[in-house]
Design a protein around this ligand. Structure first.
Ligand code: IMP
Ligand code: MG
Length: 182
């Protein structure tokens, strides 16, 4: 059972649902009348983007990018590369990046510089989880934030450890034994 590897539940299904709703309403107001493109980062943000867009009441488009920043372990490698690029041109559009978690900020920093060069009308970030304790890059345009999380490895609601645990409906702390064994 996946649940056995979880130390404790940090954010419940209910709390996530409420937060997605709240953020969706704010985004609907802030971007009313604007050409909104949500750029979601695969694969961790898929559940969040799915819940968030259902809470947004204005027209929007969704596009996906995949970048790899992490090796198989829990430590950041600092190496970022585009594995899958956007399908649409974002020039002149209001782009909101939807991310699962910001840890060091290196991944997001790379993504922002990459997208900014395509000349969107605006470029901001909506992130579900903020793990600020390990931040290396500070000037990130985080316009919307779901929850702060402590300096621990979290999984569930899209977030993985070695591609596992994404399907847990909540965000929980992974037991240290799971990754220290290896
Ligand atoms: P950063 O470049 O250090 O900010 O790392 C960002 C990416 O690392 C996220 O998009 C996640 O894919 C992954 N990541 C960072 N912390 C965690 C965690 O606690 N659990 C699962 N994935 C994480
Ligand atoms: Mg990610």
């Amino acid at each position: 059972m996946l649940y056995e590897d979880i130390e404790n539940i940090l954010i419940s299904e209910e709390e996530i649902r409420e937060k997605a709703h709240e953020l969706g309403q704010t985004i609907s107001e802030d971007y009313a009348g604007k050409d909104l493109v949500l750029v979601s980062v695969l694969r961790g943000a898929i559940l969040f983007v799915a819940d968030l867009i259902r809470a947004i009441s204005i027209p929007l488009t969704v596009d996906f990018m995949a970048i790899s920043s992490y090796g198989p372990s829990t430590d950041t490698s600092g190496i970022v590369k585009v594995v899958k690029d956007l399908e649409e041109n974002i020039m002149g559009k209001h782009v909101l990046i939807v991310e699962d978690i910001i840890d060091t900020g290196l991944t997001l920093n790379y993504l922002i510089r990459n997208l900014r060069s395509r000349e969107p009308a605006s470029l901001d970030v909506c992130v579900l989880l903020d793990k600020s304790a390990r931040r290396i890059v500070y000037n990130l345009p985080i316009k919307y934030k779901g929850f702060d999380v402590p300096d621990a490895f979290v999984v569930g609601y899209g977030l993985d450890y070695r591609q596992k645990y994404r399907n847990l409906p909540f965000v929980g702390i992974l037991k240290k034994a799971v990754y220290e064994e290896e």
